[in-house]
Structures are given as C-alpha cells and as structure tokens.
Design a protein around this ligand. Structure first.
Ligand code: SF4
Ligand code: SF4
Length: 376
C-alpha cells in the first residue's frame, strides 16, 4: 500500500503524501507535479480552490493562498495557453464572488488569473437521480485540464469534505441551492455530490492539509495542524486516504461508497498506490451529526433529518454583524430578519448552509443539539 515511489503504470489510483507547511510549500509543489506529469503546454487549465465563503485566511476554511500561488507559479513555467483560478462560493448575492476572493486571499494567490466563475454559465443535461439539467460554469466544461485544490475538513452533512465535495462548486450559487432543496437528507445529498463530481472529474487534485479542520466543519470546526499536502490522480482515492487519516473507514462515508459503486475511484486502501507517510491523526474529532458515538450517533443523525426534528439553530446576537449572508444563502428562505436573523423551523430543510456560511460563526446549536455537540 505505502511505497517509496510510484510505478510507471498510470491508470492505478495513486496518492502521494508530503510533509509541508505554508513556508515551504513552494518547494513541495514542483515535486507533486513531477509525480503526476500532464501535458501542460498549450492547454487551458482551470485551478479550482475551495472558496466556501468570505472567510479570512486565518480561519482555515478555504484553500490557503500560498498553495494557489505555488501552483500558479509552476504552471506559468510550463507554457499553457491559459490559466484560470476560480470558484462559485456558497455565499450568494451581488458582488459576493469578488468579496469572497478578496477576503480569503485567493485573489492575491491567483496573481492576476482569478475569474468570477458565476458570470459565464452553461445549462447542461445531466445523468442524475434528482434533476434533468444543471447550470455549470462554462470555464469548467471548456478547460482541457482541471486541477482541484480542496481542504482537509469535516462536514456536518457528508462527514468529510475533500476532493469530491469541492467539485460541487462547479454549480453556480442558485443551482447549488436548488439541488440542496431536492436532495435534502445526508444520503441523497451524498449521491448529489457524486453526480456533480462526475460531470467534470479533475485530472489532478492537490489537497491543502497543512491546516485541516476537525469537529463541526466545514467552517465551524477547530483547526488542526496536519502539516501535509496530499495529491492524487483520483479524487475518490484521495478522499479515502483522508478519511483513514481522520480515523474513519472510507467504506463508512456514504459519498465514497456511491463513488466507488459508480466506478469513479477506489476506496480500498490496499488497492491504492500510496507514497509517503500515511498515519492516522490521534484523537481527530468528527462532526456532531453522525455516528461519532457508534450506534447512538447514527440514531441521533437519523433523528436530525426526520420530519420530527429540524436543527435547533440560533443566532448569537452579540456576534452577528447583520451582513445577511445567511439570509441570502438559505435555499428555501427559512431565515427571516426580525431584529436578527431567525430560523423558521417549519421551512428549514436541515442543510446547515447558514451555519456553514456565517462569516462570524454567529449561528450555533441550541437546546438538546447543543448538549449533544458538547459531549460528542
Ligand atoms: S448570523 Fe448575522 S453575521 Fe452571521 S451570516 Fe447571518 S447576518 Fe451575517
Ligand atoms: S435555515 Fe439554515 S439549515 Fe435551515 S434550510 Fe435555511 S440554510 Fe439550511
């Protein structure tokens, strides 16, 4: 499973793990490109970071600009036809894309190659359980090579979020919300994530695992120094390795099960060629919303998503800056602005978008869910 170097055979899923921090990342990235050679010259290349919302770099929510800068600098030396860096953030509304790029440092890391992917779109028929067509960023479909740059994080709904989930961002804002309102529970949403991923499978994934997130990711968890860069020619295999490092069997992650069944990648670590130091992270904390406590956790998770129990979410007024990101991002309009935003539980579909996207971490669990959060 773990090897010193990769074999010459190119179709096997390969994952490389490098020790790294943001100071030395510029030295690590050329090594990654040497392991996964692609014909860059004359190609149109899209770099797709994780730009979830308007979070500053030190929050560790979005792909670090140092990684983006190093990838751009390497590609500049390879004479491509075009380099584009861009994403569709979860936070919606006029000017949000540019604001997120600025706040996250991604604009600076992109060194002039940043583009708002929400402006130029294509409506395309898709093979999906939930919808007939989806609106996708044109740059994604028209690029010769896509390089995916996700973060190493947990996720309240899908348990982990890495390479596969990051490609959900090829959908423009309103489409993400529309699919969310149809595929609401964790199992359906996991299937939707895989169905979006297979629309444009990236050629290369380089994961920012220098600083990862544990607990209630993808934005309200705790930062964890992992000091790794992970790379792969297969995003599903890379996420399987990430799950293992978090202490979770890849087979327990619904979207990984579905992706493997759909033939998108291998999740059995014994069948993945892995190079570099593979270690489980001691005491890594998973999110509240799944079986972190075995059967009890699984039962709690099921209860969360039943029609009887919606999330108990409350805005912490002292922290709220009334930016209205939560109101703009709720796919079903379940938040109303009284003095502060307030969740209408009769409309809420338990997607946690408001919780994920609040830039001030001002939305929190309350009631018995807060209790579960504290003890899990
Ligand atoms: S809770 Fe307040 S700070 Fe957070 S997104 Fe909503 S309006 Fe903005
Ligand atoms: S209120 Fe929050 S959790 Fe409920 S549907 Fe809206 S965004 Fe999702």
């Amino acid at each position: 499973m773990v090897k010193e170097g990769f074999s010459e055979e190119r179709t096997t899923a390969k994952v490389s793990i490098h020790k790294a921090d943001y100071q030395v990342i510029a030295d690590v990235i050329p090594e990654v490109f040497a392991e996964f050679p692609l014909p860059w010259q004359g190609k149109r290349i899209l770099i797709k970071p994780n730009m979830l919302g308007p979070f500053p770099v030190n929050k560790g929510v979005t792909t670090h600009p140092a990684l983006i800068k190093s990838v751009v600098e390497y590609l500049q030396s390879q004479n491509p036809a075009e380099i584009i860096v861009g994403d569709n953030p979860g936070a919606m509304g006029y000017g949000e894309n540019e604001r997120c790029a600025h706040q996250t440092g991604i604009l600076e890391g992109a060194q002039g190659y940043y583009r708002n992917l929400s402006k130029n779109t294509i409506k395309r028929e898709v093979k999906s359980t939930f919808v007939k067509s989806l609106v996708i960023s044109r740059e994604v479909l028209e690029s010769d090579i896509v390089i995916n740059l996700p973060k190493f994080k947990t996720h309240l709904q899908t348990r982990i979020t890495g390479a596969v989930k990051n490609m959900y961002g090829i959908l423009v804002g309103g489409e993400k919300a529309r699919l969310h309102t149809i595929a609401t529970d964790p199992e359906d949403f996991s299937r939707a994530v895989v169905e979006v991923y297979r629309i444009r499978v990236p050629e290369l994934t380089i994961m920012d695992a220098v600083v990862g997130m544990e607990g209630n990711g993808p934005s309200n968890g705790h930062l964890r120094n992992i000091n790794r860069i992970l790379a792969s020619n297969n995003g599903v295999a890379l996420d399987a390795v990430m799950a293992y490092m978090m202490g979770v069997a890849p087979q327990e992650i619904k979207y990984l099960q579905i992706a493997q069944t759909e033939g998108l990648g291998e999740i059995d670590l014994d069948k993945i060629e892995i190079k570099g130091p593979l270690e489980q992270i001691k005491g890594f904390k998973m999110p509240i919303s799944f079986g972190s406590r075995g059967l009890l956790g699984t039962m709690i998770n099921k209860y969360f998503y039943s029609s009887l129990a919606k999330p108990h979410l409350k805005v912490k007024e002292k922290q709220c800056e009334l930016c209205q990101v939560c109101l703009q991002s709720c796919p079903v309009g379940a938040l109303e602005l009284k003095k502060y935003p307030s969740v209408r539980r009769d409309l809420c579909i338990s997607c946690y978008c408001c919780y994920e996207l609040c830039p001030q971490s001002a939305i929190d669990f309350t009631g018995w869910q807060k209790f579960i959060n504290l003890i899990s």
